[in-house]
Design a protein around this ligand. Structure first.
Ligand code: UD1
Length: 429
């Protein structure tokens, strides 16, 4: 048996949703706990598959992992006994690459399986991570079976590293490796995403000495060891943005609690251009859309630009806006595979490489569609909510990787959406 998400669309969303902790911060902070001698208590942990896999990986390495309540977990890596994490779990998760930086920092050696995760149709390289480790003195080899081995026999020594492409993963991984290195590491042209600041704040709370996170120059002064402590993970920018895009597509009014307004500015600017109203308090945002949608153009860029992880979700209100809107993908080579699914629902979209033109149509119609990756899956849900009639979404496992109880949260604001068990149709696609 497998699961599908069934949606009866065409209903506005109204009410309140609590936003969970940030996936991309949590999947970096959990491996970062490997650097700590003592107990890390992490609060605001999202209940999503990627986080549970990351916790299983550190548990498989011998760390103590204990939930105090559904959103608070304690990790004690004081006595982790192996530098070889459970390979099969690692292959499931893109963010398992953070174990490289963490293990290298603590043990001066890491052998890890090449990471899995969302495939946007192109290659997701880790050459910049490796270049960073090598600059700090590690030697890398690729072993049979898709394993990467990084080793620094004499320990890591701080250096200045210039990233020729702005990379979230490389910035965080080098930060992890440098935390217990000798001397100072400077990352130039660093990524500035909120989860980078969150990782630095977590490490500093545990005794690291990192400054500049959130700017494009980060300095990491190596320290001898980290100590235990308590840390609360930031709210998920992309989860909040997904519900903002959903109410823009369906109409209605949603209040999102537990958000950081600054992180959502790039998204609300576009929603306002499309005709929505956006009002903030210190930690909530209300998005209301009553008037017809206007066209706009979006280009995805590293933070503080418009996030690539919001690109598929924002495409849905654009499918329904007046006139032609253009989305340019500025981060990944290819991230428009989902538009084939939208065409099944009546969308009028033309893709040429990194550019997609959405000619607005008066309505979308429900259809059977597939969630090809995490954010494409979220886009399918939004399309189903906005469409007339029934939408059935298959391959929902991608959505569960990154959204905490998305079906329950949407039901609570008036959506007619549910999981149904279906007999397997044979093979995955
Ligand atoms: C992270 C996010 C992902 C998001 C992406 C961009 C996590 C777990 N995932 O992915 O959801 O879409 O940031 O915001 O946090 N690149 C290289 N060499 C490298 C690494 C990256 O050329 O070694 C290129 C990539 O091909 C891409 C660009 O840099 O074009 C950005 O990638 P990066 O920021 O590293 O993405 P991830 O950290 O993998």
């Amino acid at each position: 048996m497998s699961k599908k998400i069934m949606i009866q669309g065409g209903k506005p969303l109204n009410g309140e949703i609590n936003i969970s902790g940030a996936k991309n911060a949590a999947v970096a902070i959990i491996p970062a706990a490997i650097l700590v001698d003592g107990v890390c208590r992490l609060e605001n942990i999202p209940n999503i598959v990627d986080v549970m896999v990351q916790l299983d990986i550190v548990k498989g390495m011998g760390a103590g992992v204990r939930f105090l309540n559904p959103t608070t977990v304690e990790i004690d890596a004081t006595h982790i006994g192996t530098d070889e994490p459970p390979y099969e779990l690692m292959r499931k998760l893109r963010a398992s690459y953070y174990l490289m930086g963490a293990l290298l920092s603590r043990y001066h050696k890491a052998e890890v399986a090449m990471p899995g995760g969302c495939n946007f149709g192109g290659v997701r390289p880790i050459d910049l991570h490796i270049k960073g480790f090598e600059a700090l003195g590690a030697v890398t080899s690729i072993k049979e079976g898709g394993f990467v081995c990084v080793e620094a026999e004499n320990g890591l020594i701080g250096k200045t590293i210039f990233l020729d492409v702005v990379s979230v993963g490389a910035t965080m991984n080098i930060m992890l490796a440098a935390t217990l290195a000798e001397g100072t590491t400077t990352i130039e042209n660093a990524a500035k995403e909120p989860h980078i600041v969150d990782l630095a704040n977590f490490l500093n709370a545990m005794g690291a000495d990192i400054c500049g996170a959130g700017t494009d120059v980060i300095k990491i002064h190596g320290v001898e060891k980290l100590h235990g402590g308590t840390y609360s993970i930031i709210p998920d920018q992309i989860e909040a943005g997904t519900y903002m895009a959903a109410v823009a597509a369906t109409g209605g009014s949603l209040t999102l609690n537990n958000i950081i307004p600054k992180h959502l500015e790039c998204i609300s600017t576009k929603l306002i251009e499309m005709g929505a109203e956006v009002e903030y308090t210190d930690d909530t945002v209300r998005v209301t859309r009553t008037d017809p949608l206007h066209k706009t153009n979006i280009k995805t860029l590293p933070y503080p630009g418009f996030p690539t992880d919001m690109q598929p979700q924002m495409a849905i209100p654009l499918c329904l806006a007046d006139g032609a809107s253009v989305i340019t993908e500025g981060v990944w080579d290819s991230r428009f595979r989902y538009v084939d699914e939208l065409r099944k629902m009546g969308a009028d979209v033309h893709v040429d490489g990194k550019v997609a033109v959405f000619n607005g149509v008066p309505k979308l119609m429900g259809a059977p569609v597939t969630a090809y990756d995490l954010r494409a899956g979220a886009a399918m849900i939004i399309a189903g909510l906005a469409a007339q009639g029934e939408t059935a979404i298959s391959d929902t496992r991608h959505i569960e990787r990154g959204y905490d109880d998305i079906v329950g949260k949407l039901q609570s604001v008036g959506a007619q959406i549910e999981y149904v068990e279906v007999a397997d149709e044979g093979g995955e696609n």
